[in-house]
Design a protein around this ligand. Sequence first.
Ligand SMILES: Nc1ncnc2c1ncn2[C@@H]1O[C@H](COP(=O)(O)OP(=O)(O)OP(=O)(O)O)[C@@H](O)[C@H]1O
Ligand SMILES: [Mg+2]
Length: 206
Amino acid sequence: MKFDVNHALTWITKANEKIQDNKDYLTSLDQAIGDGDHGINMSRGFKETVAKLSENDYVTVSDVWKDAAMTLMSKVGGASGPLFGTAFLKMSMASKGEEAIDYPIFIKAVEEAVEGVKQRGKATEGEKTMIDVWSPVVKKLQEASDFNAELIRDTAKTAMEATSDLVATKGRAAYLKERSKGHLDPGSVSSYYIFDALADSLEEGA
Ligand SMILES: Nc1ncnc2c1ncn2[C@@H]1O[C@H](COP(=O)(O)OP(=O)(O)OP(=O)(O)O)[C@@H](O)[C@H]1O
Ligand SMILES: [Mg+2]
């Protein structure tokens, strides 16, 4: 199987649906350990991204990801906008010129997305950020030999749930130190929706 433009568009459409459905939940998570804007940020950014993608006929996955990246960077706001934007931009760069993407290129794209987020956020694994979902997903992708929707969904879900036990050392949640424990990281929960949506797109295309 190859990941094509339809998969890429379905991915964003489904991610948007999940984020809109859970806007208030994401906000409540960010109210607990941040400033309470994550649901609003993500809802606005993904709505604008879906609108942007509907304006064009895309030939390459790379171009879908590039427009998604640009829209997320400019419309999500907060710390997470540039970070999600960077993730999609790195995926776009890693897959440039390919109409549809085979599994090794897909892995490379997500690997570079994680590296980009780490650099941009000056963060690494274990700091209670979205990296704690993206990084375990990349590791599982590397271990597998082909696209596997269930593996992606399950890995992202387990990793998202595990952020509750972590102490935040990056972002606003870091001010709470030990008190950030016992709460899910908002950006990890939205990252889970993004990977759940990716899994949906793989299943629909099958
Ligand atoms: N340095 C960082 N590296 C990676 N991810 C980060 C970093 N800082 C914050 N995040 C992620 O962004 C999420 C918060 O996004 P939000 O849209 O609420 O922006 P924000 O309110 O400006 O962020 P924050 O208050 O955490 O600085 C966090 O839950 C976390 O997953
Ligand atoms: Mg916030």
